[in-house]
Write a protein that binds this ligand. Structure first.
Ligand code: SF4
Ligand code: SF4
Length: 349
């Protein structure tokens, strides 16, 4: 399977994605603008709170080509953050009080400078999150020691596992992904991740396999814990239930399966003001592989940079002027505010 970009798919063009997100439904119904919803609850313009999380997308290269990937990642994507840009990240982090650096991709571990970057962030004494897709650990011998490497730097590992069964996981993420994920989870457990009494945190991320909202996070966590423990002897800390955001390959899936209108209506109808107040873009800044700044990873994939009043690139990074910006919003934002809300750390309401 190829990325949308490699296929020259029209949705690889972010302007076309935004056009789809803003058009009327097939019945001619114009969905309310997300900004209007925020205005109704006095949250517009949406302002950042304190900057706590510096999320870096170190590249779009990935060993997987998941059907719902909002990054349109895959082995054919060559966009990779250079060491020079990583150095700009380190300078920005050093000169700030940001507590957490969250590394994502693609498969962040495939960036040739990934380990150097983790070591340097670690020297700055900040908490590091790595969004590890699990299968990368099994993909090649050179990645097999990642659990030890993560342990050495007290990395908080957050890993996607769409379901506790092979059929549902492999349907979404590819053949053999469930089996490799189980093997990788066992290696992480073996060095202490997700074990009782250990401070090595291993969290899992669940996302629905189709055009529906996730069930309650706590119930899913209990079910995953039971099934993974009983079936495979695997333990983990928390499960984050996230909503699929209608961007990139998930948007393509919605359109292909003729679920797009119904899904958007579902998100709009489930708008939750409590979740809106806690959207992750308020305490996070997202950095692209080329050093440009975004309000979140979804805006990054839609090429919606931070507002023009704020620094656009790491070279001009400045926490004070970023704090004064208005967050850029569009119709995909309904994915963050539906039901119990959704963020990189799970539900928000
Ligand atoms: S969802 Fe994650 S693991 Fe899957 S292709 Fe995208 S970046 Fe890779
Ligand atoms: S999609 Fe991004 S900008 Fe929109 S509400 Fe969610 S986190 Fe904020």
């Amino acid at each position: 399977m190829k990325s949308l970009k490699k296929q020259n798919h029209e949705l690889a063009d972010t302007l076309i994605q935004l056009k789809v997100l803003n058009r009327a439904t097939e019945q001619g119904v114009k969905l309310p603008a997300f900004t209007q919803k925020l205005q109704d609850i006095n949250l517009f313009p949406l302002r950042p709170t304190q900057l706590e999380i510096f999320q870096v997308n170190v590249g779009k290269m990935c060993n997987q080509v998941c059907k719902h990937c909002h990054v349109d990642a895959g082995p054919d994507r060559k966009e990779i953050m250079t060491r020079e840009t990583m150095q700009l990240c380190l300078d920005a982090i050093k000169n700030s009080t940001i507590g957490t650096v969250d590394l994502t991709g693609g498969a962040p571990e495939m960036n040739p400078d990934f380990r150097w970057f983790v070591e340097e962030i670690s020297k700055l004494g900040r908490q590091i999150i790595v969004r590890c897709n699990l299968t990368i650990i099994m993909a090649n011998k050179k990645y097999r020691d990642l659990p030890e490497f993560f342990k050495k730097h007290q990395v908080h590992v957050v890993s996607s596992l769409p379901y506790f069964s092979a059929a549902r996981t492999n349907a979404q993420r590819g053949d053999g992904v469930f089996e490799d994920s189980v093997a990788a989870l066992k290696l992480l457990n073996a060095v202490g991740y997700g074990q009782e009494g250990s401070n090595l945190v291993l969290d899992l991320v669940y996302n629905p396999s189709g055009a529906f909202l996730p069930a309650a996070q706590q119930g899913l966590e209990n079910e995953f814990k039971k099934k993974l423990r009983e079936g495979f002897g695997i333990t983990f800390n928390n499960l984050f239930a996230i909503t699929n955001i209608p961007v990139s390959r998930f948007l393509d899936y919605l359109l292909q399966s003729k679920n797009y209108d119904a899904y958007m209506e579902k998100l709009v109808n489930a708008f939750n003001p409590g979740a809106a107040a806690n959207v992750m873009c308020r305490n996070t800044i997202s950095v692209g592989w080329d050093g440009y700044l975004y309000d979140c990873d979804f805006n990054q994939m839609l090429n919606l940079k931070v507002a023009g009043t704020a620094p656009q690139h790491l070279r001009e990074f400045n926490v004070a002027s970023l704090s004064n910006r208005s967050i850029i919003l569009n119709q995909h934002c309904y994915g963050c505010t539906a039901g119990a809300g959704s963020s990189c750390g799970g539900t928000t309401a």
